[in-house]
Design a protein around this ligand. Structure first.
Ligand code: PGA
Length: 270
């Protein structure tokens, strides 16, 4: 599908079209495309495009996945990119390379990268610039640790990360923020709906503080232990524009259930 051809974009139907993105992390071999993705495509096939769906597999599978989903509305993404377009950076993958492999999205600043690789807000901001330069849709992750939440700092931490991780070039572009409390990732724990609402509101205010009106349109995804049992309630929270899904995106039935929870009731029932 050509860029902008039929997928619902932010700005259009902003209130109703949710964005559901699977983050496979370092999981997935070629054989999984023949099972998980084939099952997903089989069941998604007949559904109208009332939900924006993305899958971010490991870099090794982007090319194959992009081929497999080329006739669907599923968008493929990377999980990180370097700032540089090319060069002597052994093991690195650039935004241009992700596009070349068939990606349209890229997750940036995931807490696993912030923690394990020491990625700073400033580096994430530079990566956002690189992603935009290559024509990718960045999904920029922020979120507090348990210690920060317990210290009452969740909203201020997220505000700081938003102010530091965004990039002026985002204004008018297609992008998303993802609020992922670190303590909720892969733990089965989730914030209350009130806590999600509070932080999404704080994130929105910071996006507008950073980008002006340009910070008002991008969806804010929630991520952290989203599953078929909690997706509908979370997705109904004010300012929750979708979900970034880790573990549950590895099972076609679970990911599909989350996608259905994101669709208008009349579509999901059909
Ligand atoms: P989880 O991961 O859904 O397994 O908690 C979410 C993420 O890290 O993006």
């Amino acid at each position: 599908m050509a860029a902008g051809e039929t997928a619902p974009r932010q700005g259009r139907m902003k209130q109703s079209v949710k964005m559901i993105v699977g983050n496979w992390k370092m999981n997935g071999l070629g054989a999984d495309l023949a099972t998980t993705v084939a099952d997903l495509l089989h069941d998604l096939h007949l559904e109208p495009q009332q939900c924006r769906v993305g899958i971010c597999p490991p870099a090794t599978l982007i090319d194959r996945l992009a081929r497999d989903v080329r006739t669907s509305h599923i968008e493929v993404g990377g999980q990180d990119c370097r700032v540089e377009a090319k060069g002597a950076f052994t093991g690195g993958v650039s935004a241009e390379m992700l596009v070349d492999a068939g990606a349209r999205l890229v997750i940036l600043g995931h807490s696993e990268r912030r923690q394990e690789f020491g990625e700073s807000d400033a580096l994430v901001s530079d990566k956002v610039g690189a992603a935009l330069r290559a024509g990718l849709t960045p999904i920029i992750c922020v979120g507090e640790t348990l210690a920060q939440r317990e210290a009452g700092e969740a909203a201020s931490v997220v505000r700081g990360q938003v102010l530091g991780s965004l990039n002026d070039d985002l204004a008018g572009k297609d992008w998303a923020l993802a609020y992922e409390p670190v303590w909720a990732i892969g733990t089965g724990l989730t914030p209350t709906l009130e806590q999600i609402s509070e932080i999404h509101a704080a994130a929105r205010a910071a996006m507008i503080e950073r980008l002006g009106d340009g910070g008002g349109a991008a969806p804010i995804l929630y991520g952290g232990s989203v599953n078929p049992g909690n997706a509908r309630d979370i997705l109904a929270v004010d300012e929750v524009g979708g979900a970034l899904v880790g573990g549950a995106s590895l099972k076609a039935a679970d990911f599909l259930a989350i996608i259905r929870a994101a669709q208008p009731a009349s579509v999901a029932a059909g």
